[in-house]
Design a protein around this ligand. Structure first.
Ligand SMILES: Cc1ncc(COP(=O)(O)O)c(C=O)c1O
Length: 442
């Protein structure tokens, strides 16, 4: 461990922390100084089990040697290459490798640096696609209540998490939202895909009837809504959305920033649900969370619509200084190697039944009002304290960290999504931490 890591910072005020209760944190900081495989090391030397794969991204576990070495090697060989009008071989290799594992029909990849950038890239692509094909009136974007597509203006406009939207003005115009699919009472304590709620997809027909299909470019949804607290689509829901989009010439975008790269026990959620969208957004697990990277996958149809006009002219006026950065590309290639060697993109399927039983063993613990699971994702919803929503879950989060487990909370929901290398024994350990914490909080 370097000396820098051993020394506690003496002033925490300069860093304005993202999505953090800054004042609370700075009174009682939770510092991580190391990580290996399934565990973090806290500043006081304690091992903390990672129940959330960092932020749903460290799918292969921490500090994996192949990824570390690839980054070290690449940093010494070609640190940066301009992303526009220039190339470097590794990013082309990476695109090919990604297309090889992508759901059928996804033939091209556009690189970004985050999930937020992937979401906004996909939305821009959808509008530009229709215009390129002579349907420039298709500009409307349809998202979903409780959806999360990052924090940029496009993403929060189609997103549906109120606290992420309400402070930021009128957002993009020409956006509408599907209803969310959470049906408490009907689907409570469902294991896997809920029985009720397929008809909620038909709301898309109502939106189309209101605006007319000729004005709608795309529908964007998370196949499994993650950040809002793990909402699993009702049986048949995504297929129905696909059918309605196809019928009306609307592009379907799956935001797979969380579900991509093995989270559900298949490489992508599109594989799990056997529904192929027109565009898939990814980030996080693409580089094991180690270095910022995102990728937007598109079909040949979407890509080819742009490939017209004079050949010397840029086809899509969009991109980032760091799109396909060599070091990020090397990290992503090593990540894909690690996933392949250890079968991690499908390991979740083997563990899912064990994971499901373990999660649902919490059903009769204090405060629990719902449990949801799919692949290696789970949510435990708690009864909010009257007049103090989110407090109970936040207390659970703090107590879990003190006990030695990193969990994630959103509202009064505990969300779990461990690295895909987790063992059955570690699943038991993680769930026991949650059980103890539920018994401790008021
Ligand atoms: C579905 C989805 N889309 C987009 C994002 C935004 O990703 P980032 O934080 O990398 O911008 C997230 C992050 O959690 C996400 O879950």
């Amino acid at each position: 461990m370097s000396n820098r890591l051993k020394v506690a910072p003496n002033d925490l005020s300069a860093f304005w922390m993202p999505f953090t209760a800054n004042r609370q944190f700075k009174q009682a900081p939770r510092m991580l100084v190391g990580a290996k495989d399934m565990h973090y090391t806290a500043a006081d030397g304690r091992k903390i089990m990672d129940g959330t794969a960092g932020l749903w991204c460290v799918n292969a576990g921490h500090c994996r040697p192949k990824i570390t070495e690839a980054i070290q090697h690449q940093a010494a060989e070609l640190d940066y290459a301009p992303a526009f009008q220039m190339g470097h071989p590794i990013v082309f290799e990476l695109a090919n490798r990604l297309v090889d594992i992508a759901p059928k029909g996804m033939e091209h990849v556009f690189f970004t640096n985050s999930g937020s950038e992937s979401a906004d890239t996909a939305l821009k692509m959808a509008i530009a696609y229709h215009r390129a094909r002579g349907e420039g009136s298709r500009t409307r974007l349809i998202g979903r209540e409780r959806g999360y597509h990052g924090v940029n203006f496009g993403g929060i406009s189609v997103g549906g998490i109120v606290s992420n939207r309400k402070m930021f003005g009128s957002l993009l115009t020409g956006v509408d939202h599907l209803p969310h699919t959470h049906l408490p009472g009907k689907n409570t304590f469902t294991r896997g895909e809920p029985e009720h709620g397929l008809e909620l997809a038909d709301e898309l027909e109502r939106i189309v009837a209101l605006h007319d299909a000729s004005t709608i470019a795309a529908v964007i949804v998370e196949p499994v809504a993650g950040s809002t607290g793990v909402l699993i689509p009702p049986k048949g829901y995504l297929k129905r959305l696909r059918d309605i989009c196809t019928k009306h010439g609307i592009l379907l975008i799956f935001d797979e920033v969380i579900t991509g790269f093995g989270r559900l026990g298949t490489p992508f959620a599109a594989d799990y649900f056997d529904v192929i969208p027109d565009i898939i957004t990814t980030a996080k697990g693409i580089s094991n969370g180690v270095i910022p990277m995102g990728a937007v996958f598109v079909t040949k149809d979407v890509h080819d619509a742009f490939m017209n006009g004079p050949e010397h002219v840029i086809e899509f006026f969009h991109g980032y200084t760091y799109s396909g950065n060599p070091i990020a590309s090397a990290a992503a290639l090593a990540t894909l190697d690690t996933y392949k060697e250890e079968g991690l993109l499908t390991r979740g399927a083997e563990l899912a039944p064990y994971w499901e039983d373990a999660l649902h063993s919490l059903k009769d613990e204090p405060h629990v009002i719902d449990i949801r699971n799919i692949g290696l994702v789970g949510a435990i919803e708690l009864e909010p304290i009257a007049g103090a929503p989110t407090k109970r879950a936040f207390d659970a989060f703090v107590k879990a960290f003190e006990r030695g487990a990193l969990i994630r909370t959103t509202g009064d929901i505990i969300a779990l999504s461990p690295p895909l290398i987790i063992s059955k024994g570690q699943i038991d350990e993680l769930i026991d931490h949650v059980r103890e914490v539920l018994r401790m909080v008021d």
